[in-house]
Design a protein around this ligand. Sequence first.
Ligand SMILES: NC(=O)c1ccc[n+]([C@@H]2O[C@H](COP(=O)([O-])OP(=O)(O)OC[C@H]3O[C@@H](n4cnc5c(N)ncnc54)[C@H](O)[C@@H]3O)[C@@H](O)[C@H]2O)c1
Length: 396
Amino acid sequence: MKILVLGGDGFCGWPTALHLSAHGYDVTIVDNLIRRAIDAELDVQSLTPIRSIDERLSLWKEKSGHRIKFKNIDIAHNYHALIEALKEADPDAIVHFAEQRAAPYSMKSPRHKRYTVENNILGTHNLLCALVEANLDTHLVHLGTMGVYGYAGGRPIPEGYLTVTLPHGETQEIVHPYSPGSVYHATKCLDNVLFHFYNRNDGLRVTDLHQGIVWGTQTKETAIDPGLVNRFDYDGDYGTVLNRFLVEAAVGHPLTVHGTGGQTRAFIHITDTVQCVRLAIENPPAPADRVRILNQMTEVHRVRDLAKMVSETTGADIAYVENPRLEADENELLVENQGLQRLGLVPVSLQDGLMQEVLDVAERWRDRVDLAKIPCTSKWRSQPKPGESAMETAAE
Ligand SMILES: NC(=O)c1ccc[n+]([C@@H]2O[C@H](COP(=O)([O-])OP(=O)(O)OC[C@H]3O[C@@H](n4cnc5c(N)ncnc54)[C@H](O)[C@@H]3O)[C@@H](O)[C@H]2O)c1
């Protein structure tokens, strides 16, 4: 099978490309390397020293015997190159990771909000439009986020669809309501609307994987050689919560819990991410199927409980700091996630010793940590809403 991995130089995309290549797929990575440019913009670097894409790919060929091709294309702004790449590859499946994925980055300034919307929505729409124009029957697997639903309800979040009774008594299945918590999350809701339109109008086969927060860094394939190591973000914009705690513990920095740490979130280890994507590819929806939505997460944790777990393992202190986000202090979270398990996922969990493995990675590269980059400085709102005093904004 031929696969395009869009965003295949990134944190989820690189290990997925290697995993699929190791399983015999003919993989082409499409990436405009913007994530490396954003590192330079923010003056940060991956905790792990990642090599250039060319070095990564020639090392993978040397170590595995498999060739992964690479095309440098901005899918949001170079429609012509994208459609040519699609026609040339005629892929059985496309995995779409190529979006700006950090909520704090998306809220930094008007420029960052506009960049995130332009990049993510134009990129996704170009891809859908090009698949139709090229007349390809390719299965599109997109990475969405559990954050599209917000974190308000105590009811289980279904896999995409909800059966409701309308006012006149008729029952209907509708897409579960969206409630995005940032501009980034809003782009994932808009992506989902586009998928529904192109699926209904043009019969495109789409799987939207609503992924939890990914933790860990290495997979079986990235661990083959230090030159294949995956990226590891720990900074205030791109670092995800558990990976940040593990780096903070490794460098003797207090674990920075936002607010009370009562936020309950869904998590998945990177080794399960790559398996989920492969399982989705190996089990495509049938031609007439509606958009398939699967909740790609394996466990749920409260942030302060994670901090306590890391603190008990490492002796690190915990610091409760002001929460830069506008979100509920405390929430419950129940998620239905049987879809991927039915397809064969056997998930790993936090108890499986993987936390120690990540700590070892963090300790090995601790000299590369810039402590000044740890705090999250992006604010969700800098001025009061109409009718609200500045004091009320500060209190939120
Ligand atoms: N990391 C997580 O915890 C997490 C959680 C839920 C969902 N996701 C989703 O998974 C996907 C991948 O996340 P990640 O952590 O690997 O992000 P990442 O930033 O590490 O990787 C994204 C890659 O896409 C590329 N890219 C971005 N815009 C592009 C464009 N216009 N054209 C071509 N390439 C482009 C970047 O250069 C980068 O290599 C994202 O869509 C994200 O929303 C990630």
